[in-house]
Write a protein that binds this ligand. Structure first.
Ligand SMILES: *[C@@H]1O[C@H](CO)[C@@H](O)[C@H](O)[C@H]1NC(C)=O
Ligand SMILES: *[C@@H]1O[C@H](CO)[C@@H](O)[C@H](O)[C@H]1NC(C)=O
Ligand SMILES: *[C@@H]1O[C@H](CO)[C@@H](O)[C@H](O)[C@H]1NC(C)=O
Ligand SMILES: *[C@@H]1O[C@H](CO)[C@@H](O)[C@H](O)[C@H]1NC(C)=O
Ligand SMILES: *[C@@H]1O[C@H](CO)[C@@H](O)[C@H](O)[C@H]1NC(C)=O
Ligand SMILES: [Zn+2]
Length: 750
């Protein structure tokens, strides 16, 4: 860090003001206080041709073919068909002319619904019978979903189960806990209903199911039954599968209940041969549920819930099962008041291989800079939406890049394609790979683009990303033709951007949500601090509040479902592919990396204001006697430095000076790394991003400044004498990260 070479300094700032003036005159400066980076990458004729050719190459029928193949058999993580698909992906990358393509294997802890004594997991109603001198099974939940289409017939489908559920049998009384969110358990406490030693029955939805399991155990329940309520997975009067796309009463959601992500036995380290593996039953918390958790369809839930004792629940807790009065419990009403519920769960954990496939196209100018596009390959059954819609689309991006390669083009930076294994269990394949290569990624990864579910609706695109990618995303949507412009008044919509902004409720630009967790971008963002994008084409969530889509993780998520009810011609899949192809090209081939740190700094300013002026911030000041002054200074300074940096790029940087360009690009790439706290968030050492983190109350959603939010949670009920000190420590940690981010951009710091 010498002072000889002054990057820009005062002179640069003066020049920059002049530059803006000229910019306005000649019309390339847009926006009041910011230069749009993508403007700085005005394409040459040749580059524009590549851009257009890439979009033209993306073929909808090819994606249709990919999806049909990928969904012909169930392809659960660690199972033989998942390896067959890994080989297929590897061979495709090779066929497309990639420089390398390989299967990367990790040995990790997965979980399967094993039978015990020939019997599958069930939830039973036990009735005491004097004459038989004991309990008899009166009723039990279904052990599989009856197939309703051609794909589902005679295939080796795993029965519905919750991965990592504890194994064993528990018996007891039921308590209904709505969505089993922490606030639902608090509400039960307030009603004087304890779940201690009870079996909780709760509906799926609103939050990550693993968090439901975590809270049920924390509040003392000995088992958790999850069900898919029609209120959350159907629309009244709309046909269910196979007549429509809504979940039939026999449908059930599979899914993991791991608390955390990555291989449970090797937290923080890759699951390679030399790794230390913690014992499953040792003293280190590995995020494995301690109680049995099991999913049932609504047809079974109706039976159990209809027997329940107790008051009728409040309106918000009522689901949509017809003819049922929802009650809290505990236990069953007379004449069933002497009977019990039994969960007999034989799900068991097994060490198994997870297979990633990594395909690489080496960059022509900067081969040591990586832009990564990833998608998981494993599904709970046929996975026609999750994740194979994404796999089918990603493979078409790969094919298109391959064609350009064969025509002699090569991106400036290296492009990598990751096909991840065992995502469904807890983002395991991607997490282990990120851990294994964390130092390389730290020094070389420009951005990570994630495509999990490509199409789960045909209403509007839905993006999540770090703010430095907002402009890049919007620029791509302005280039990609809309998949169905006829849906709109003549000519109102020609590009995906038009549709998106028309259907977005916000004012200015269409909104992009913040990243929490729930797919493979999370390890990139949380472990290394790689800027990331996630995306899905979704249904109208405002009028149909189903998350993510009705058939999610059921056996009915088949090729027929997609073909008949979602995207018969694969135009929405094609648009998805094109969006990723263009974002990948832009990030890998633009001279200046299209990551805008000024937009990021502005967004942080918004988060700061929301925190400070919100209830949490007020409480911190009033009850905790804490001050936001230092953080406010850091936020303001970050804005100043980020604006100056963007303006330097726009107006001062000599773009023919390859070292100067590289220096700027390195800073743009590394900006996100400043937000990584090596110690992690409180109690979550592998969640390390201080601005964006999965919420502790729902890991699918995003908390801003989660360290502060977490230490403030339930602070009135917290008896720890150091509780305010812990909040203050988090406030200081965020302030430090923001200051680091500003330092990383300082123009006079060479
Ligand atoms: C109890 O068991 C006997 C013998 O299996 C059977 O006939 C009877 O119906 C049972 N009673 C009830 C209430 O289920
Ligand atoms: C699961 O529990 C049953 C008894 O409840 C036992 O027989 C079986 O061995 C257990 N399976 C595993 C894998 O621990
Ligand atoms: C953990 O499991 C292993 C293998 O089943 C067993 O040998 C060991 O005694 C168990 N340890 C504890 C603390 O339960
Ligand atoms: C079950 O209900 C019946 C009828 O109300 C009552 O006689 C009996 O005592 C109850 N049993 C228990 C265990 O509460
Ligand atoms: C404290 O805990 C009770 C339940 O025990 C809950 O109702 C209340 O909302 C909590 N207070 C806060 C501020 O979270
Ligand atoms: Zn998925």
């Amino acid at each position: 860090m010498g002072n000889e070479r002054v990057f820009a300094g005062i002179g640069g700032i003066v020049f920059l003001a002049v530059g803006i003036g000229i910019g306005v005159l000649i019309g390339w400066y847009s926006g009041p206080d910011r230069v749009n980076t993508s403007m700085e990458n005005a394409l040459s004729e040749e580059e524009s041709e590549i851009q257009q050719r890439l979009l033209d190459l993306i073929d909808n029928t090819q994606i249709d073919e990919n999806l049909r193949f990928l969904t012909s058999e169930p392809h659960v993580a660690g199972r033989p068909q998942q390896y067959v698909l890994a080989e297929w992906v590897r061979d495709k990358f090779t066929e497309y002319g990639f420089d390398s393509s390989e299967i990367v294997t990790y040995n990790v802890l997965l979980s399967y619904p094993s039978e015990v004594d020939g019997e599958e997991s069930v939830v039973q109603h036990l009735v005491y019978n004097d004459t038989e001198d004991g309990y008899q099974v009166e009723y039990e939940s279904q052990t599989s979903e009856p197939p309703l289409d051609e794909t589902g017939k005679d295939k080796d489908v795993l029965p519905p189960f919750n991965a990592y559920s504890a194994n064993g049998t528990v018996e007891g009384e039921l308590v209904y806990a709505n969505y089993a969110r922490v606030e639902d358990f608090f509400a039960l406490e307030d009603l004087g209903i304890s779940v201690q030693d009870k079996i909780v029955i709760a509906r799926y939805g609103k939050i990550y199911r693993g968090d439901k399991g975590k809270f049920a155990a924390q509040f003392g329940a000995k088992g958790l039954i999850l069900f898919s309520d029609p209120a959350d997975y159907t629309v009244l009067g709309e046909p269910v599968y196979p007549d429509g796309l809504y979940l039939p009463p026999t449908g059930s959601q599979r899914g993991s209940c791991l608390d955390g992500s990555g291989d449970p036995l090797t937290p923080g380290y890759p699951a390679v041969e030399s790794a230390y593996r913690y014992p499953e039953n040792g003293s280190t918390y590995l995020g494995l549920p301690t109680i049995p958790i099991h999913p049932i369809p609504s047809v079974n839930a109706k039976y159990f819930l209809s027997l329940m004792e107790g008051d009728e629940v409040i309106e918000e807790w009522r689901g949509g099962i017809e003819g049922l009065t929802y009650k809290y419990g505990p236990g069953f009403a007379a004449p069933s008041n002497e009977s019990l519920v039994r969960m007999r769960i034989s799900t068991s954990n097994q060490r198994t291989d997870a297979w990633n496939v990594i395909g690489t196209i080496r960059g022509s100018v900067e081969p040591d800079r990586y832009v990564i596009l990833g998608n998981h390959r494993d599904a709970w059954a046929f996975g026609a939406i999750d994740p194979s819609s994404g796999t089918a689309a990603m493979m078409e991006v790969a094919r298109a890049f391959g064609v350009l390669l064969k025509e002699g083009w090569r991106p400036r930076r290296t492009v990598m394609f990751g096909s991840w294994g065992a995502e469904e269990y807890g983002l395991i394949g991607s997490n282990e790979w990120v851990e294994e290569y964390s130092k390389n990624l730290d020094n070389r990864a420009v951005a990570y683009l994630n495509i999990d579910i490509a199409v789960s609706g045909t209403y509007t695109p839905d993006f999540g990303s770090t703010p430095n990618l907002y402009n890049t995303i919007r620029a791509a949507t302005k280039l990609v033709p809309d998949p169905n412009p006829d849906e709109f008044e003549n000519g109102a919509v020609t590009t995906v951007y038009d549709r998106w902004s028309l259907r977005d409720s916000g004012e200015d630009e269409p909104g992009i949500h913040d990243l929490g967790s729930g797919s493979d971008y999370a390890p990139f963002l949380q472990v290394v601090g790689v800027s990331a994008v996630d995306y899905t084409f979704v249904h109208d969530k405002a009028t149909i509040p189903i998350s993510p889509y009705p058939m999610y993780h059921s056996v009915y998520e088949t090729y027929e479902l997609v073909k008949n009810f979602y995207d018969p011609d694969f135009y929405y899949h094609q648009a998805s592919s094109r969006l990723f192809a263009e974002m990948l090209r832009d990030l890998a081939d633009s001279k200046i990396i299209p990551l805008n740190c000024a937009v990021y700094a502005d967004r942080i300013g918004d988060f700061f204001t929301a925190l400070k002026e919100g209830e949490t911030g007020q409480k911190m000041v009033n009850d905790g006697d804490l001050s936001f002054d230092f953080m406010e200074d850091a936020v303001e300074n970050l804005k100043v430095k980020a604006d100056a940096f963007e303006n330097y790029i726009a107006n001062t940087l000599d773009k023919s000076d390859i070292l100067a360009v590289r220096e700027v690009n390195d800073r743009l790439m590394n900006f996100e790394r400043s937000f990584i706290d090596p110690l992690g968030l409180p109690g979550r050492p592998t969640i390390r991003h201080v601005v964006f983190a999965p919420s502790s109350r729902d890991s699918y959603s995003s908390d801003k400044f989660a360290g502060i939010i977490d230490t403030m949670f339930d602070i009135d009920n917290n008896t720890d004498p150091e509780k305010w000190g812990k909040v203050e420590q988090q406030l200081a940690a965020v302030t430090y990260a923001l200051a680091s981010a500003a330092h990383s951009l300082e123009l006079d710091m060479a």
